[in-house]
Design a protein around this ligand. Sequence first.
Ligand code: PEP
Ligand code: MN
Length: 455
Amino acid sequence: MSSNEKVIQADPTVIAGLDNYRNLVAAQQPTWPDQDKLEQVRATLAKYPPLVFAGEVDILKDRLAQAAAGKAFLLQGGDCAETFADATADRIRNRVKTMLQMAVVLTYGASMPVVKMGRMAGQFAKPRSSDTETREGVELPAYRGDAVNGYDFTLESRTADPTRLLQAYNTSASTLNLIRAFTMGGFADLRSVHEWNKGFTDNPANSRYETMAREIDKAIKFMAACGANFNELRTTEFYTSHEGLLFDYERPMTRIDSRTGTPYDTSAHFIWIGERTRKLDGAHMDFLSRVRNPLGVKLGPNTSVDDVLALIEKLDPDREPGRLTLISRMGAGKIREALPKLVKAAKDSGAQPLWVSDPMHGNGITTANGYKSRKFDDVMDEVRGFFEVHRDLGTFPGGVHIELTGDDVAECLGGSEHIDEATLESRYESLCDPRLNHSQSLELAFLVAEELAAK
Ligand code: PEP
Ligand code: MN
């Protein structure tokens, strides 16, 4: 072996081509004013422990393969943008409880295992339609998520600060720690279905949940009387995901797994590429094609058949089960028109991606009183359209991707509490896109369960 070869082998990241993205166009990256500080932060991040373990990532890939094959369903949910300030015990608990409740509604209603995945513990960076924001004649850099800059509309707060990447890591670590404690330590025990409903304000969705929880209780008591062993019910798997946006975070978090010698992005179990950064020859596609995590790609209403075929080829050339999730976000008025040709083309190509509906991002509106909102009825209609399309084509509608919170906010219009435009003024908290609140999330879960059961 020549000494040259030895050098190459000593640095497997070079072999993996992980830095090839540097030669390509990287959309949606912040302008960091202090490059030295940025390099220090990257070096520090690269030494921090991984947030997830490659073995867990592989298990998730198996679970997603099950969903792609029609034997499980993915529930992916959480904030549009997590914030450092909201990474508190109460708020994390409410989100986890909401996800557990939705999962139980789906599992019970559709008799199908549900893969639970949060847009949590890492969803701190946002793509923006404009680099700047202007208020009353003052133009400042746009807010790009807590990992990049602050939301306050001052030059100091809006200036990108790389030390925020370290805070994003630390906040992700503490959030993930609490999620693991809740889901492994007894809180997620299926015998606590009633407990998860406590602390939320009364509403029709809650009562419907209570009724279902009583039925589950009865079934569990019956099984207990028959001598069933409930160890399996004590804990649950819960995975993390976020948009893989910032190279200065994702690259240092990418490590070579000692078991397999291959790279994993250890910032989360699942990473998705957004509608704005999925250019085939762009940096995001290149970088993420080289990590072993299961990947998602968001598909807007203008996605072409060629786009879908090319991205399958790029991200999943080996047609590995569970590797690729395609997340359609078309809008209620467009999905029935725009989705079928994509699903059909993927199917005809022999690929079996997991198809997931994001019924949020194609349904944005601005209300008369100036709020970014979404109509709950549009969200529900897009979900219905998603199921219709798959029913017609004989493919499996494998999951939903929802922006939600466990808190009692008023950001999306409608639902059984009839949230109207005036109510948005009192309980709108999101710094980015509007989320379903606790009761709207439960309501949506009931609809999805019905659609799945009728499939
Ligand atoms: C998001 O998920 O918050 C987002 C920006 O989505 P999309 O890439 O689909 O627009
Ligand atoms: Mn969003």
